[in-house]
Design a protein around this ligand. Sequence first.
Ligand code: CP
Length: 350
Amino acid sequence: MYSLAGRRRNMTNATSASGQPIAQWNDYDRERVMREFAGRDILSLEDFSRADFESVFEAGDRFDPVAKSRRSIDLLAGQILVSAFFQASTRTRLAHESAMLRLGGQVTGFADAKMTRAGDFYQESLKDTAHMLEYYGDVIVMRHPQIGAPHEMARWASIPVINGGDGWGEHPTQVLTDLFTVRKELGKVDGLTFVAVGDWRMRTMHSLAYALTQFDADLIYVCPSDEEPDEGLIKSVRGRGLQIRRAEHVAEVVNEADVIFIEPVVQADYGKGRDERGDSVATTDSRYQVTAELLATKAKRSAIVLHSLPRMDELSTNVDDTHYARYWQEAYNGLVIRMALLALVLGATP
Ligand code: CP
């Protein structure tokens, strides 16, 4: 586990790309956020409180102008991010790496476990790998096909570990990005109805359900019968007060949605390190498909569509040109939220 000793020295007054100071927390709030986050592993949203969400979003607000200006600041100068990606990624890895570089830090790591001793004859354990990586950097972001692998890494590493997706487990940084996007686009998360369409065995779906327990939001899920959420998850989130129910067809409930959250139903096996596409690919049933025609005829005009991407045919490209689409903003916010998380866990609170 991680020690705070020696990390508080990193607390610094950052300046934005334009040379203006980044909006600062007052001393009381800065201390509170430091206590909550400095040295913390970000493994799951199950243990995130409402205050934790607010702190990450507020940090995101502060770093947004830096990301928007496409320049770098020196907040994390001298710090190194280790990217440990045992499974394919475009967005999660590059957003974390870009975030670290924007904050003045540096990056090392691997994007293919096959090029490491964990992925060759030795099958080096996560424990032994953790004891190497902790000397090479100050924070680790990790993706792995096995549920709980980042938790195992965090058990042994003396530096914070961020879960960049663990098999069919969770994807906390993606859902922090998604709710930050909702807050920016609709001004709030409370009082909204989310319709989440796709494979409910997916890690984003799990993180979303846990996250919404901390807000006054309703969740309607739409998925094939063989891609249902685990009963334990439904019981757990209901026990925390989330109003959650199932629908058969997105068209039945899309009129209730403030946020349409889509994931594929035709997709890779997240339990595999690498899952290449075969010759034939299934197509998505219309019950789980969102198109511009569906939105124009049935959705609220104010509804927004999120998709963490990559997509198959569950999200028609004709939605891209509608006012409902917010997934490009979501992708940009992925950078902002990773800046916020890296700064917070490294104790560099603006
Ligand atoms: N949304 C997401 O996790 O994308 P990558 O798999 O490309 O990281």
